[in-house]
Design a protein around this ligand. Structure first.
Ligand SMILES: C[S@@+](CC[C@H](N)C(=O)[O-])C[C@H]1O[C@@H](n2cnc3c(N)ncnc32)[C@H](O)[C@@H]1O
Length: 309
């Protein structure tokens, strides 16, 4: 099934299809935008890659994550890496789902209680059931969302993320987290950076092994957003499960995938320095404003939300 034509970049509300991708810097390793058919929201890639530039023999974060979340947009190497992790630490699937549920609750909170109408979601991942724009635009159809990722397969699937409400807008930027100023410049084509924006960093900061570098990038991104903006982060720890999780993560980091660093909750909390952290603070994701009927238990995904004063 093909996804419908995008309705992105509709500042005017006109139903004219916009380019699916905002190029943010030329990277010769990446497939050019528009060259490939969208495969998202459709059948599995069935292990035949849409581009020879996508190396399906090396596991990728976005695709392993997609596998753990029950998606079909992954290849044999991703499933093997995901299964090897599960064999040592089966709880990773619950962690991945808790992280997505946290993302959904924070976006709903920000769009609803905080009346945020602009979202910058860096480290988007492959499209799944409830993407940031769908959650935000369910609360506020006029919400504008910019997605950012550096994975070529996410780029190919991006068009599925660009189908939003006619009142709102969605855009996709092919860029790297380590280039925060470029991200902000590209995001400014869709978002008004003089008005509050919620920056979403869900399951991405662990890809930066150096905590000081990660903190500096968060600070530089937040510096480009005005007072009243928000930051939502969730990331992995080992404080609940301990050795089994650490061992599974070490195995993952040896697969050739970009390694992921599991931090302490204090390290994750340090990313909110200078912000007003919203109650209940930085906590295990299931304990962050659970939905009625939820029975939260501690997991090694910790997250929080902070407001820029
Ligand atoms: C674990 S997935 C999380 C996906 C999604 N945010 C979620 O919470 O479900 C991490 C995502 O971050 C992206 N990513 C990793 N390092 C990145 C970087 N340096 N710049 C941009 N995106 C990156 C990966 O491609 C992947 O899509």
């Amino acid at each position: 099934m093909r996804a419908p034509q995008p309705r992105s970049n509709q500042r005017s509300g006109a139903a004219e299809p916009a380019p699916a991708v905002t190029e943010c810097g030329a990277d010769p390793r990446r497939p050019p935008p528009g060259r490939y058919e969208l495969v998202s929201a459709g059948p599995s890639p069935a292990d035949s890659p849409p581009s020879s530039k996508i190396d399906t023999s090396i596991p990728h974060s976005a695709r392993i994550w997609n596998y753990w979340l029950g998606g079909k947009d992954n290849f044999a190497a991703d499933r093997a890496a995901g299964d090897a992790y599960i064999e040592i630490f089966p709880g990773v699937v619950a962690m991945a789902r808790a992280s997505r549920q946290f993302l959904a609750r924070t976006v709903r909170y920000l769009a609803g209680e905080e009346r945020i109408r602009q979202f910058l979601d860096v480290g988007t991942g492959l499209p799944t059931a409830d993407n940031t724009h769908q959650i935000a635009q369910r609360v506020a159809p006029q919400a504008r969302i910019v997605y950012v990722d550096h994975d070529p397969l996410v780029l190919i699937h991006a068009r599925a993320l660009l189908v939003g409400t006619p009142e709102g807008a969605t855009d996709y930027v092919d860029a790297d987290l380590t280039e925060p100023e470029r991200i902000l410049t590209a995001a400014a084509k869709t978002l008004d950076l003089d008005r509050p924006v919620a920056l979403i960093l869900s399951g991405i900061l662990g890809h930066l092994p150096d905590t000081d570098q990660a903190r500096s990038i968060v600070t530089r991104l937040m510096a480009g957003l005005p007072s009243g903006s928000f930051l939502s982060i969730n990331d992995g720890t080992t404080v609940v499960a301990g050795a089994a999780l650490a061992e599974a993560q070490d195995g993952y980091n040896d697969t050739g995938a970009v390694p992921y660093t599991l931090r302490t909750p204090d390290d994750i909390a340090s990313f909110f320095t200078g912000l007003e952290v919203v109650p209940p603070g930085v906590v295990s994701c299931p304990r962050w404003r659970p939905d009625p009927g939820d029975e939260p238990t501690d997991l090694d995904a910790f997250g929080g939300v902070g407001r820029k004063p």
